[in-house]
Design a protein around this ligand. Structure first.
Ligand code: WTA
Length: 566
């Protein structure tokens, strides 16, 4: 069963845990000597200063473009963008959103914003108007970088703080807050002063979903780079010559922590592929750039499995040295299939937007138990606790929790201290919202969510956001949304809906309601299944009981119904 890669950065897990100290990680940063902190400098410019300016930092391709940039070029382009933002009066701490498909310009903008100490808010390109509005409003964003195609989804009249929209694309009419990215970049100098920061100054704001309320702004600080650098070394196992590909979009935390920060802090060559998933395109990307370390997600691996081993065999994938997965449970059969077809085990990693970086992982230096998320990274302690905070013995299922603090731990929920405190309600612990157990060798096994958060194809969707959109539809009186188990996507979104007077259930109405959510909120949040009910189960205070909907769906006992309306 044991598959131990030789020559990994971590020699033995036990030894790494015994000898670990965060101060050894700190010593690797230039700020350990200079006292000057900035993520963008450490990720890009320091490699130029170290004489590696000619190394390829970014290989980008989509169906139209195919480009590569060295660290020196990334440095200049991000300097230019830093100057563009400065000329608009954007300063340290301001929220600058990036709302565009993956192109090199997304990365120049993001790094440029970091260089002036702005807090970056990445937005996934599939977000529609209400999703965009909620996030920009809550964070009081000052500027956004976007494309002509996405611009109409930014409701400017409702966003008084949003002063500048920087548009990358053809035919941008400047004025009234609109700035042409191409014109501004052409005029900007490629030299820029970096705004030096404190380790506790802001870095990034990722909006993510919980089971109640609107999406919350998870705020991370510069200090997170300790965890990004270190886990890039021991979990991604990045080395000097690696060509690394993380398939996640920077709209999600995996696409920033491990699509930008970890690889570039470690000076690796980073591959970005724009466009949609297709097994052929993705394998071709691996073969084209000779990707050595590949980080993707269970739904993608299940799609590759569905496409069949023959497709994999028609590409030369022998370059792959290390494969990792994140975001949803990784089925043991997928690990075994990967072993057969790619010649190595897929390494599962567990963490969350809130943790900012890897927490529980499988390492090349450790035996992979298919189905387990692995063991905590050195420097982090995990435990299984009951609701009172008592640690549970091996094999007992409970709340998956982490000992506080760690370097990349979120530092606040934007504008919502009460939400933040909820995670830390048990002294000394961060409570994740996942349930799990630990085995007698300290491996953790994921069991599910303790709340109603839905995980569809690795994307975290809050039922409340979907329900709020659904009830805006003229036919919908009430809506309750749950995750329904699905063999490919892990879960799909299922909505139970009661209709207003005068509306009759029909397939056309289902299609129309699904489209309404897709066009108003986002495609990944739209229900794939809708069921009409005369009445939805509610508590006496009027809250829809998703737990009961789930029990209906799965034919399970509904549990305690003492709070139900009637
Ligand atoms: C789930 C993504 C099982 C989990 C980095 C967590 C996982 C949520 C795994 C965070 C895994 C993440 N196995 N479930 N290896 N990794 N999850 O914030 O429920 O988008 O709480 O962060 O995804 O999702 P988020």
């Amino acid at each position: 069963m044991a598959v131990t890669a030789t020559g990994s950065n971590m020699k033995s897990y036990e030894e790494a845990v015994d000898t670990f100290s965060w101060s050894d990680v700190e010593a690797q940063f230039s700020w350990a000597r200079t006292g000057k902190v900035n993520m963008a400098y450490e990720a890009i410019d320091r490699h130029v200063a170290d004489g590696k300016g000619d190394k390829i930092a970014l290989h980008f391709s989509n169906n139209e473009r195919d480009e590569s940039y060295t660290f020196a070029e990334m440095s200049k382009q991000s300097n230019k963008f830093a100057n563009v933002l400065r000329s608009l009066g954007i300063a340290k701490g301001d929220r600058v959103f990036i709302f565009m498909p993956r192109t090199p310009e997304l990365y120049f903008s993001l790094l440029g914003a970091l260089k002036i100490g702005a807090v970056v808010g990445p937005l996934f390109e599939a977000f529609m108007e209400s999703a965009v509005r909620d996030r920009l409003k809550d964070s009081e964003a000052a500027a956004i970088v976007t494309t002509p195609a996405l611009m109409s989804r930014i409701p400017r009249s409702e966003l008084p703080d949003l002063k500048h929209i920087i548009v990358f694309g053809e035919g941008v009419a400047e004025g009234e807050g609109l700035v042409d990215y191409g014109r501004a970049m052409a005029e900007a100098s490629d030299e820029a002063d970096i705004t030096w920061l404190d380790r506790e100054d802001g870095l990034i704001l990722h909006y993510t979903s919980g089971s109640t309320g609107k999406p919350k702004g998870v705020f991370h600080v510069q200090n997170a780079m300790l965890q990004h650098l270190y886990t890039g070394q021991i979990v991604l196992d990045l080395k000097e010559d690696d060509v690394y590909w993380c398939t996640a979009d920077p709209g999600w935390v995996t696409g920033t922590s491990y699509g930008i920060f970890a690889p570039w802090l470690n000076g690796a060559t980073n591959v970005v592929r724009g466009g949609r998933f297709s097994p052929q395109d993705w394998y071709a990307t691996i073969a084209k750039y000779k990707v050595t370390v590949w980080y993707s997600a269970p739904t993608a691996f299940r799609m590759f499995m569905g496409a069949g081993a023959e497709v994999a065999k028609s590409f030369d994938l022998s370059c792959l040295r290390h494969i990792l997965s994140v975001g949803e449970p990784l089925n043991p059969e997928v690990v075994r299939w990967g072993h057969k077809v790619y010649g190595q085990r897929i390494h599962d990693t567990w963490w969350m937007t809130e943790t900012g970086g890897h927490m529980i992982c499988n390492y090349p230096a450790m035996e992979v138990k298919p189905g387990s998320m692995g063991r905590p990274i050195p420097g982090v302690q995990a435990g299984i606790i009951d609701d009172q905070g008592n640690e549970l013995p091996a094999f007992r299922m409970g709340n998956l929790a982490l000992r506080t603090p760690w370097p990349s731990m979120m530092r606040k929920i934007w504008n919502n201290p009460a939400k933040y405190e909820e995670y830390f309600r048990i002294p000394g612990w961060y409570v994740s919202g996942d349930s799990a157990y630990m085995d007698d060798e300290g491996y953790f096994w994921f069991q599910g969510r303790v709340d109603d958060v839905i995980n569809t194809a690795g994307e975290r969707v809050g039922p409340f956001e979907v329900e709020s959109k659904l009830v805006e539809h003229p036919a919908v009186a009430e809506a309750g949304v749950i995750g329904k188990p699905d063999p490919l996507r892990g879960e799909i979104i299922k909505a139970f809906i009661s209709l207003r007077e005068g509306y009759e259930p029909s397939d056309e109405l289902k299609t129309d309601i699904a489209r309404f959510v897709k066009e108003g909120l986002s495609a990944h949040a739209a229900p794939r299944e809708i069921e009409f009910k005369d009445k939805l189960p509610k508590t006496r205070s009027g809250k829809i009981m998703r737990r009961v909907l789930k029990a209906w769906e799965l034919n399970l006992p509904a549990g305690d119904l003492s709070t139900i309306e009637d």
